[in-house]
Design a protein around this ligand. Structure first.
Ligand code: SF4
Ligand code: SF4
Length: 156
C-alpha cells in the first residue's frame, strides 16, 4: 500500500520531548536534537510556513506537541518539512489496514510493523506472524500482507 500522510499531526502531538530546540541561531533557524537517536540537526522554518509558525498559541496550548507543529486551516502541519529528521520524513502511521472477509475493519499495522487491533483472533494470528515473518522490514511487509490474505483477511 502506498502511504499518503494526511497531515493530521496526530503523530507529532506528543513529540515535544523528542524533537528538542537547543537554541535559536537566526530569525527562523534553530539548532535542534532528535533525542530518540541522539542526532543534532539544524532546522529552518519553511518559507511558506513562517506566518503560521509565528503564532505561538498552539504550542502554548499543547505543551507536549513538537515545537514545530502548527495548525493550518483543518490541518496540523510540520513547519520544518524540508529540514525535519529522517525518522519524521519516513514515518508511516499506517502501512496496512486489516479487515474481516466482509470488509469490517479489525485493525491496522504501523510503519514499524506493529499491530494495533483489539480483535482476539487477529491478535493470535499476529503472534504467528511475529514468529514467522522475514526479519528485514522491506521483505516482511509483503510477506505479512500475503500471510493475512491467506488467512482470509482483507488487507489494504
Ligand atoms: S504520519 Fe499519520 S498520524 Fe502522522 S501526520 Fe501523517 S497521517 Fe497523521
Ligand atoms: S519535526 Fe515535524 S514531522 Fe517531526 S515531530 Fe516535529 S512537527 Fe512532526
Amino acid at each position: 500500500m502506498v502511504f499518503t500522510c494526511r497531515q493530521c499531526g496526530t503523530c507529532c502531538m506528543y513529540l515535544g520531548d523528542y524533537i528538542v530546540i537547543e537554541r535559536q541561531i537566526g530569525p527562523f533557524r534553530f539548532e535542534c536534537e532528535s533525542v530518540s537517536t541522539g542526532t543534532p540537526f539544524t532546522a529552518e522554518v519553511d518559507e511558506d510556513k513562517r506566518e503560521i509558525f509565528c503564532d505561538h498559541t498552539f504550542p502554548e496550548q499543547h505543551p507536549h506537541a513538537c515545537r514545530f507543529l502548527r495548525p493550518d486551516g483543518t490541518l496540523l502541519r510540520c513547519t520544518i518539512h524540508r529540514d525535519s529528521p529522517a525518522q519524521c520524513k519516513y514515518y508511516r502511521c499506517v502501512t496496512m489496514r486489516v479487515a474481516d472477509p466482509e470488509g469490517r475493519p479489525l485493525g491496522y499495522v504501523t510503519g514499524a510493523l506493529a499491530l494495533h487491533a483489539d480483535d482476539p483472533t487477529l491478535r493470535s494470528v499476529w503472534e504467528i506472524v511475529e514468529k514467522m515473518r522475514p526479519k528485514p522490514d522491506n521483505e516482511a511487509e509483503p510477506w505479512i500482507a500475503a500471510f493475512l490474505r491467506e488467512k482470509g483477511y482483507r488487507v489494504e
